[in-house]
Structures are given as structure tokens and as C-alpha cells.
Write a protein that binds this ligand. Structure first.
Ligand code: SF4
Length: 281
């Protein structure tokens, strides 16, 4: 049985394609994992990927990915997928295809071809106007041509990017994401991505060693948001997350959730700046 909490990347026994039933989204999200090697160019301390290593996606077998995706879609649309996995009646609908792997998906050398391939499958099953094509990314490879080309294809196929932003400071990026780039560079990446495809910011908040994010951190984050309009950077809004699933990193024992009240208050501050905000406690 596929439960609403089963996010396992191999729950359908495939290499690249995995199903997630989500009560929050109200249906089935079809995940695409371009990092079966658990490799990412960042190492976020809350990352839920087990055995995470630094690196990039391995070579993607495009034929296999296409076959897996088409067979999976066929099983869901024309087969008995929902019955076999005992999916609740009210969740038997495809909500999106989400490129969300065990690492940074845009590091795949075939990223643009992958997006074309997914778009092709969406068209074959007449899904392109019915579901979203979501990319979850840290945005750090936005300067690459193949990433930009992939984003353009996403844009013409109901695409949406969820761009990771966990801090508004250089120190925060280093401490939370172990990312070797500055907040100015993050802003440049965001500018590139959001100009090519509709973009939401995705932000994870938590306590570290029992301490809430400092006021300085929160204010820097809010300042980052408030400067976007002046720089002609348009985002759809902010997806604010708590610690939904346990970290698989060495820092896991140091992390704990913030209270719902704290998160609601922070969300309110974001809304005050004119950003739509969706909270996931
Ligand atoms: S960017 Fe995503 S996959 Fe990479 S370390 Fe951070 S949370 Fe994990």
C-alpha cells in the first residue's frame, strides 16, 4: 500500500520514476529522480537524502527514463495502479510531475533532454494543460545553457520552479546549505530562473541547537525579498516548510522544529511584503 507518508524513491521499483501520494496536494505526484547516486553539489543540514555525497547526477539513460515514465503513466491512467496500491478514492488524480531527486537535478548533463522527454510524455497522455511540471532546485546551476534551455521548455509545458532559499546571508548559506556561493549570486541565479519560468521560493525553517533563526537572519531574509521587485525579479510567492521529515545528515540531532505559532508569525511578515505564502508545518 502506498501511504501518504511514503516518499521512498524506489517505492514503484523503478530507477528514475517514483510515486508520491500526498493528502496536502490532493493526489498523486509523479517524482523524477535524476540522482539515483544520492549526489548533490550542496549539503543542506536538514537534507533527508540518506548517504548523501557531494557530486553531480550520473549519466541519465534517456531511453529507460522515457520507458519508465510512459509505462508508469499508462499504468496510472489506463491500468490498475490506484487499486494495486489501495489509494484512497479522493486522491486518485495526477497533480504534477515533479523533478525532485536525491540531489540537484539540474546537474544532469542531459537536463534539457530530460525536460523535453517529460514534455513529450505529458503531450502523449494529453496532460500538458491538466498537470504541472515542477522542478525542485537549489538554483545554483542556473548559469548553464542546458539548464536555461530546460527551463524554457518547462515554461511552455505548465512548468513551475521551486527555488531553494533558506537564508538571506552568506553565513546562513554556508551554515545551512554548505553552499559555496554568496547571497548576491543566489539573487543572480533567481533572476535567471524566474525570468524563464514561473518560480516559487522554497524555504525551510527550524531550530538549530535549540535556537530559533536569529532576528538578524530573519531580517536579512525579509530584506532579500523586499529588494526583489526593485531588481525586476518576480516570484509567485514563498513555500515555507518546517522539518517535515527527519534529516539524514550528521547534524540531525541538532535540529528541531519551530513552533507553528513562530512559523505563522514569520509567514505573516513575508505576506506583509506582498508575497503569497503557503505554509507546511
Ligand atoms: S539541495 Fe536538496 S538534495 Fe541537495 S543537499 Fe540540499 S536538500 Fe539535499
Amino acid at each position: 500500500m502506498l501511504t501518504t507518508t511514503d516518499h521512498s524513491r524506489d517505492s514503484a521499483g523503478l530507477s528514475y520514476v517514483y510515486p508520491v501520494i500526498s493528502r496536502r496536494s490532493g493526489g498523486l505526484s509523479i517524482g523524477i529522480n535524476l540522482n539515483p547516486n544520492n549526489a548533490c553539489n550542496w549539503r543542506c543540514i536538514y537534507c533527508q537524502v540518506p548517504d548523501l555525497i557531494r557530486g553531480t547526477s550520473p549519466e541519465i539513460n534517456l531511453q529507460q527514463l522515457q520507458k519508465e515514465l510512459d509505462e508508469f503513466l499508462n499504468d496510472v491512467i489506463n491500468g490498475d495502479f490506484y487499486d494495486r496500491y489501495e489509494v484512497a478514492e479522493d486522491l486518485r488524480t495526477i497533480k504534477d510531475i515533479a523533478i525532485s531527486g536525491n540531489g540537484e537535478s539540474t546537474s544532469a548533463a542531459e537536463f534539457d533532454q530530460v525536460i523535453k522527454l517529460i514534455a513529450h510524455s505529458m503531450s502523449r497522455f494529453t496532460l500538458q494543460d491538466k498537470i504541472k511540471l515542477v522542478l525542485i532546485t537549489n538554483g545554483s546551476l542556473a548559469h548553464k545553457e542546458i539548464v536555461q534551455s530546460g527551463l524554457e521548455t518547462m515554461n511552455s509545458n505548465n512548468g513551475e520552479v521551486w527555488f531553494k532559499l533558506d537564508s538571506g546571508t552568506d553565513a546562513g548559506l554556508k551554515n545551512i546549505n554548505n553552499a559555496g556561493l554568496s547571497i548576491e549570486r543566489v539573487k543572480e541565479n533567481l533572476k535567471i530562473v524566474s525570468a524563464l519560468c514561473p518560480t516559487w521560493l522554497q524555504t525551510c525553517v527550524f531550530k538549530l541547537d535549540g535556537e530559533l533563526p536569529s532576528r538578524n537572519e530573519c531580517e536579512s531574509y525579509l530584506k532579500f525579498l523586499s529588494c526583489l521587485e526593485d531588481e525586476n525579479i518576480k516570484v509567485n510567492g514563498v513555500l515555507l516548510y518546517g522539518l517535515a521529515r527527519p534529516s539524514m545528515q550528521i547534524e540531525a540531532p541538532r535540529l528541531s522544529p519551530v513552533s507553528e505559532a513562530w512559523m505563522d508569525k514569520f509567514a505573516e511578515e513575508i505576506k506583509q511584503l506582498g508575497f503569497k505564502t503557503k505554509i507546511s508545518h
